[in-house]
Design a binder for this molecule. Sequence first.
Ligand code: MRU
Length: 337
Amino acid sequence: MIPEHIIWTGDFLRLLDQTRLPEEIAYLDCKTPHDVAAAIKRLSVRGAPAIGVAAAYGVILGMDNLNETIKLLASTRPTAVNLFWALERMKECINQHQGMNIDQLRQILIKEACLIHEDDKEKCKRIGAFGASLINDGDGILTHCNAGALATGGIGTALGVIYTAIEQGKKIRVYADETRPLLQGSRLTAWELKAAGVDVTLICDNMAGVVMREGRINLVVVGADRITSNGDVANKIGTYSVAVLAEKHNIPFFVAAPTSTIDMSLSDGSMIPIEQRAEEEITCGFGRQTAPDNIKVYNPAFDVTPHELIKGIITETGIAEAPYEKSIEVMMHLHRS
Ligand code: MRU
């Protein structure tokens, strides 16, 4: 298994710097909310649930001006709703303990951030258990980006499903899309699965169609950054293309995510803010120029997969299926009760 990647030391936040993987295991010590914000922006910590957990710890580092700290952390990445969900929980906790002295409040906020972290671990386990029931012995599974331990506080969401199925004794072959432009599939998913001893094969994103056509894939499972109340799903750029390919080849396409990724305030995917990232990620990825000077670039970090293409959304409270308005409401209700 991978080393701990989000560590609250008691004084500051230590993060495994995911930008250095797989070459190097290096840690980043975040001692101010600015350090945490910078780490989230540059993807040293990434993946929707992990961003939320890191931001919750980040709040504790900026207690001299909590409003400013929360604003700063909220300004880092716009798409993954877990960030705003975790900050909202920290804000509520602050509001509930107004009038307390700063040391007492600090202890309470540490407890809350640890709880968010622990809860995510538990949610991953439950997602894994629900999702594993969909997987048969001998299946080939395709995944996109990294929705594994590195992206969460636990075993992962999409990869949590895979780890759990393997634990149940099922033999599984995983195909990992490399995930252009930042290669989370190659640098992180392939690394993490290999470290766990999983049978993983790395493919370029543009090979997904052919591996499906060759009959190597029985099921697709990916994570999510934000799910709207009608079941539309924002996830790493390229997810939509995979879903279209899966539909064409009659392969069930599943999303695995905790209920903290569901944004009930948005009725459909067109309302999800999509992060646009630097041109250099495409023109000069990993330090080598790969495009002509001054070329126009479009670099959205996420896309939206419409709910019609999704067979089921695996949450910690169960598996939502069409009609999603109803089933997502049930999942949210189970989560609150
Ligand atoms: O830009 P990233 O690496 O933060 O994008 C991550 C993803 O798109 C993941 O699939 C998603 O956050 C789910 S993580 C359990």
